[in-house]
Design a binder for this molecule. Sequence first.
Ligand SMILES: Cc1cc2nc3c(=O)[nH]c(=O)nc-3n(C[C@H](O)[C@H](O)[C@H](O)COP(=O)(O)OP(=O)(O)OC[C@H]3O[C@@H](n4cnc5c(N)ncnc54)[C@H](O)[C@@H]3O)c2cc1C
Length: 464
Amino acid sequence: MTLTTPIDAGSRPAADAAVRALTTAVTRVHLPGTEAYARLTATQNLATPVQPVAVVEALDATEVATTLRLAAEADVPVAVQGTGHGVTDAMTGALLVHTASLDELTVDPVLRRARIGAGVRWGAVLDAAVPHGLAPVCGSSLHVGVAGFLTGGGVGPLARSHGLSSDYVHAFEVVTGDGVVRRASRTEHPDLFWGLRGGKGALGIVTAVELDLAPVAEVYGGALWFAAEDATPVVRTWSVWADLLPTQATTSLAVLRLPDLDLVPPPLRGRTVVCVRFVWTGAPDEGEELVRAMRAVGEPLIDSVAVLPYAAIGSVHADPDDPMPTSESSFLLEDFGPEAVERFLDLVGPHVPSPQLMVEVRQLGGAVRSGDDCAFAHRDAPFSVFTAGFAMPETADLVAGDARRIAQGLAPWAREGSMPNFTTGGGSSWVERAYPAPVAARLRELSVAYDPAGVLLAARRLRG
Ligand SMILES: Cc1cc2nc3c(=O)[nH]c(=O)nc-3n(C[C@H](O)[C@H](O)[C@H](O)COP(=O)(O)OP(=O)(O)OC[C@H]3O[C@@H](n4cnc5c(N)ncnc54)[C@H](O)[C@@H]3O)c2cc1C
């Protein structure tokens, strides 16, 4: 047992009692004021700090189960965090189960399957799978955690060719809110398996994932970075071009207003640019032929589209790894045809003063539409939009207001909802945006069955 400081006299008595009980029942409990607490409560988005009453650094599923049972007895909610990339709640008054130490990772090249602890990030899975010519169907950033990503469905650079990442989950090992360790798959607790693929942490704390791997050693892909002057023809062409692409191609487009900082490559530093991302899983010469139409629009500042080892898939989006304060928003589009494109350019084109660092349109469709039913409810959405801007205390309202301006401007082409992995904010409005009413109702039923005491923090926002 490690208890790093005395219990904070200011915290709730019920929470104090739960923390005291935990210190004798699990190995590592970290309290505010300690280095471990500070490290494990760190978030990627510095504008969304978390302040749980204590952090349980779980060493195995049994410790997670013990934590959930003791917390339920004391009526203290429990949150979960692996990396801090997707925080939607401040965790005030809650206990945090941190999964960083659940770091098992094995690859079975014959079965083409990995067993991945809940604390593992995509980058580590790539390192383990790529030597076998196998690929996890991961997200754009290799810094993101596997469990958090998969419980949100997961739409990455292979989305249109290979589908939703959670379609590759063979089984979850999960501790449900009732403190029972369970295995959920298409044949074991299939209702739970349905809910874990999209339901985030509402039904349980995943401790490990068995994930099927795809036989992809390399792709033809990368990014074309165009100057602001080319923005109008690039966006117009992309919309028509993307519509014609076979499903072996996954593409997105982003307007970026990049800071004048060393972390940005010199040709892009301090500039507004339009980036077209492209990943093709067919023959490279066919991919090259397809990209010709985009290359013809203008002379890119950077053209990284080439045969790409899957190990380098993170370079396509080149998401920043360093924590920063951001204000983010997301929504779905039904259509990104000519009228929507003109409105998009009016709203976020380089001539418009906007505090957004990035406004991104991802084309979905293809294999995202297939796959079995699960709590990820947006398989048929054609496009998603994501905005992110620097949110210093003095600019946060400005950035959020600008995101609303963009969403309102594109409202004629929008559809209800947003993907769980990109849905920001907290509370019941989070649930309304992430799930259509029937999906939320089914998750609620499952939550009552698997977490009767409603101990999971995410269950509380679902059940109101
Ligand atoms: C740079 C960047 C790029 C991204 N790219 C993509 C992308 O391409 N596609 C996409 O779909 N998403 C993408 N996302 C969103 C990302 O998938 C979500 O933010 C996801 O929640 C991050 O999971 P995490 O475990 O890393 O984060 P954490 O903050 O640790 O967890 C976030 C949430 O995930 C759930 N969760 C985490 N661990 C567990 C667990 N063990 N059991 C149950 N629930 C758990 C909980 O609800 C938790 O609140 C991106 C995010 C970032 C920051």
